[in-house]
Design a protein around this ligand. Structure first.
Ligand code: SF4
Length: 369
């Protein structure tokens, strides 16, 4: 158990300076930062994070077209509104043809990355997905395909990569095995989640991990473990957002995570991995009307507007009151562009691959978790 005392601002600022230079701290130092966070410290962290992000990506904010392909899931994560055990939600599954239509619509709107996200749905076999990925690449030349379809076998990941998938998002949820066991039934293990992330990295995907901020049973030390894991794994992308309860889950009565803590952690993650692609997530926008903008100002550089068919958007209910209208909708790109412009940033629909220097690329080769 780590020491519970908070550190004064000056000591934390010194740690953030060190992190901005070396991109590394001990787990205890991360825990100290998490525990000592304050509005003043968050503002200091953002001041350090923004120039680093600008060094790599300027003021560009990458827009990704998010397509939520299925709300069927074989898993029962305790925090998730579309978990298998929730019998009260209306399920839907897009056909490959519908997904292609979404991509073509997005392509016409200027999107050059499509994120196919869904529950772990056995309908999407490797054969169906491989054909789908190939068709997207044919019909939307030059685009990147990101998959976010949960845990699969290494062979499956290999086939999808060979078919043309570029990136894979798989939140690790928590790097602490005890905490992981409190968020998932015993059949789901952190060990397998990490195996997946390792496989994805070795196969050659740009890989994203991530976690919820303020999830039930999360401690400062859990978050420190997450930060240390990010430092060691060096993901290309990292999705973090505040936990938001869903009424039909075991965590229905748990309080939501904090926007402020999420913003602070976005800045810290930018300091750990200056090159990382870091979304200002929908959950942030759901809890705070200007959450997306505040995320960008804290160091994020990706936004994922919703490209799913309009009639299905409300059904992909991971948590209560999830946003899917207004500036969240891909069709309202202009509105989002204006909001970003107002804070000095430019919405970019280019592929937006992760940027590494050649030296870093060499150092990362064969890196294990
Ligand atoms: S979090 Fe993902 S894997 Fe877990 S129940 Fe929800 S959709 Fe399924």
């Amino acid at each position: 158990m780590s020491e519970q005392k908070k550190a004064p601002f000056e000591e934390c600022a010194r740690l953030l300076d060190q992190l901005a230079n070396t991109h590394s701290l001990s787990r205890e130092e991360y825990a100290l930062l998490v525990r000592s966070a304050s509005p003043e410290l968050a503002s200091y962290a953002a001041q350090k994070a923004v120039p680093l992000r600008k060094q790599w990506y300027g003021t560009d904010v990458y827009l990704r077209g998010l397509i939520e392909i299925s709300s069927y899931c074989r898993n029962d994560c305790f925090y998730c509104g579309i978990r298998r055990g929730n019998t009260s939600c209306e399920r839907y599954r897009l056909t490959p043809g519908q997904i292609l239509d979404c991509c073509e619509r997005g392509f016409a709107l200027g999107f050059r990355t499509f994120v196919l996200q869904g529950g772990e749905d056995a309908f999407y076999t490797d054969a169906i997905l491989c054909e789908l990925i190939r068709s997207i690449k044919e019909r939307c030349p030059g685009c990147a395909v990101t998959l976010s379809l949960g845990e699969r076998s290494r062979e499956s990941y290999e086939q999808l990569f060979a078919a043309g998938a570029d990136r894979y998002l798989l939140r690790h949820e928590t790097a602490d095995p005890v905490h992981y066991a409190k968020l998932h039934p015993p059949v789901q293990t952190l060990e397998n989640r990490m195996r997946c992330l390792r496989d994805l990295r070795e196969i050659g995907y740009q890989v994203g991990c991530g976690f919820m901020v303020g999830s039930p049973y999360q401690t400062d030390d859990c978050l420190a473990a997450d930060l240390k894991f990010i430092e060691e794994f060096q993901p290309d992308m990292c999705g973090i957002g505040p936990f938001i309860p869903h009424h039909a889950t075991p965590f229905a009565q748990c309080p939501a995570g904090s926007v402020e803590q999420t913003l602070f952690l976005l800045s810290v993650i930018r300091l750990i991995c200056p090159h990382i692609l870091l979304p200002a997530t929908t959950a942030l926008g759901t809890l705070s009307s200007d959450g997306r903008e505040r995320g960008i100002l804290a160091g994020a550089n990706v936004i994922m507007p919703n490209l799913s068919p309009e009639e299905d958007r409300g059904k992909y209910e991971l948590y209560d009151n999830k946003l899917y209208t207004g500036a969240e909708a891909a069709e309202h790109r202009r509105r989002l562009e204006e909001r970003l412009q107002a804070i000095g940033y430019t919405a970019v629909t280019a592929r937006g691959d992760v940027r590494y220097s050649k030296i870093e690329n060499e150092n990362l080769k064969g890196k294990n978790i």
